[in-house]
Design a protein around this ligand. Structure first.
Ligand SMILES: Nc1ncnc2c1ncn2[C@@H]1O[C@H](COP(=O)(O)OP(=O)(O)OP(=O)(O)O)[C@@H](O)[C@H]1O
Ligand SMILES: Nc1nc2c(ncn2[C@@H]2O[C@H](COP(=O)(O)O)[C@@H](O)[C@H]2O)c(=O)[nH]1
Length: 259
C-alpha cells in the first residue's frame, strides 16, 4: 500500500528551495513485508532528492558592472548558470525584452503579485519597484543550474539569511563615484534625474558592500579583465567545493576570446 501511495511522488522544494524537483515512479509490486517495503521505498526516494547548487546573488551600485560581468560568466559557462528574471515597474530600455531581462509590469500588477505572496524579496530602487519571484528562482533550479540574482542591497538584506536560498553573496565595487557617473552617462540609459538618484544610492550601497561580513567576496571592478577573473575564480572554487559535497553542477567551459 505504501508503495502505491508513493507511486507518483513529487518532492517540491522541501525546506530549502535548492532541492531539485524530482519525480519518481515506484513500481507497485507485492511487498515482502511492510518494514522492508518502507525501507526500500524510502531509500529510493531519498536517493532521488538531489540538492541543487547554491544560488549566486550579485549586488553593486547601478553602473558598477554587474551585467557586464554576468554576461562574460554566462558566455564562458553556458550550461552552469540561469538568470532569475525579476519583475520591475520601470520601463524597458532599448534592447530589453519582456520575460528575458525583466518581467515588465505595472505598479498595480506588481502590488497584486506582492499581496499574492509571489515574491522572495522586493524593493523600491530609483523610484521603481523590483522583485524576485519564487517562480523565477524555481524556473532555474528545476534545470539544476546555479540561479543568479542581480539585486540591490535591500533585496540582499531580505535573502541573505534565508534558509530557503542560502545564497553566495558577491558585491561589485566601482573604483569611485566619479567613475560610476562616467560609466552610467556612457551607457546612455538614464535621465538626469534617474542618474542622480542612482549615484546618491550608490554611496550607501558602497558603504554596506564594503562592510566586512556583508558579502562573501567584494570584486573591485576597475579593470574589467581582472575583475572578471576574480569573480570567476571565486565561483569556480565555490562550485568545485559543492561538487565535492555531492552536488551535481556542470562546470563546462567555453574558450573565451580576450574581449
Ligand atoms: N571595468 C570597467 N571599465 C569600464 N567600463 C565598464 C567596466 N565595467 C563595466 N563598464 C561599463 O559600465 C557601464 C555599466 O555597466 P553595467 O551595465 O554592467 O552595470 P550594472 O552594474 O549592471 O548596472 P545596473 O545595476 O544599472 O544594471 C556599461 O556601459 C559597461 O560597459
Ligand atoms: N531587490 C531587487 N533589486 C533588483 C531586482 N532586479 C534588479 N534589481 C536591482 O535594481 C537596480 C537597478 O536595475 P536596473 O536594471 O534598473 O538598472 C540594480 O541594482 C539591480 O541589481 C530585484 O528583483 N530585486
Amino acid at each position: 500500500m505504501l508503495l502505491n501511495i508513493l507511486k507518483r511522488v513529487t518532492i517540491r522544494n522541501c525546506s530549502a528551495s535548492n532541492l531539485l524537483i524530482c519525480q519518481t515512479n515506484v513500481e507497485s509490486q507485492s511487498a515482502p513485508s511492510f518494514s522492508g517495503a518502507f525501507t526500500k521505498a524510502f531509500s529510493q526516494l531519498s536517493g532521488m532528492v538531489k540538492q541543487g547548487p547554491r544560488p549566486l546573488v550579485i549586488c553593486g551600485p547601478s553602473g558598477s558592472g554587474k551585467s557586464t560581468l554576468l554576461k562574460k560568466l554566462f558566455k564562458e559557462f553556458p550550461e552552469t548558470f540561469g538568470f532569475s528574471v525579476s519583475h520591475t515597474t520601470r520601463k524597458p530600455r532599448p534592447g530589453e525584452e519582456d520575460g528575458v531581462h525583466y518581467h515588465f509590469v505595472s505598479v498595480e500588477e506588481m502590488q497584486a503579485a506582492i499581496e499574492n505572496g509571489e515574491f522572495i524579496e522586493t524593493a523600491v530602487f530609483s523610484g521603481n519597484m523590483y522583485g524576485t519571484s519564487k517562480q523565477a528562482v524555481e524556473n532555474v533550479q528545476q534545470q539544476g543550474k546555479v540561479c543568479v540574482l542581480d539585486i540591490e542591497i535591500e533585496g540582499v538584506k531580505q535573502v541573505r539569511n534565508s534558509d530557503r536560498l542560502n545564497p553566495l553573496l558577491v558585491f561589485v565595487n566601482p573604483p569611485s563615484i566619479a567613475e560610476l557617473e562616467r560609466r552610467l552617462r556612457g551607457r546612455q540609459t538614464e535621465t538626469e534625474e534617474s542618474l542622480q538618484k542612482r549615484l546618491n544610492t550608490a554611496r550607501v550601497e558602497i558603504e554596506y558592500g564594503s562592510t566586512p561580513g556583508n558579502f562573501d567576496i567584494v570584486v573591485h571592478n576597475s579593470n574589467l579583465k581582472q575583475a572578471y577573473a576574480a569573480l570567476r575564480d571565486f565561483i569556480v572554487r565555490e562550485l568545485e567545493t559543492q561538487q565535492n559535497q555531492g552536488i551535481n553542477v556542470s562546470l563546462t567551459r567555453v574558450a573565451m576570446n580576450e574581449d
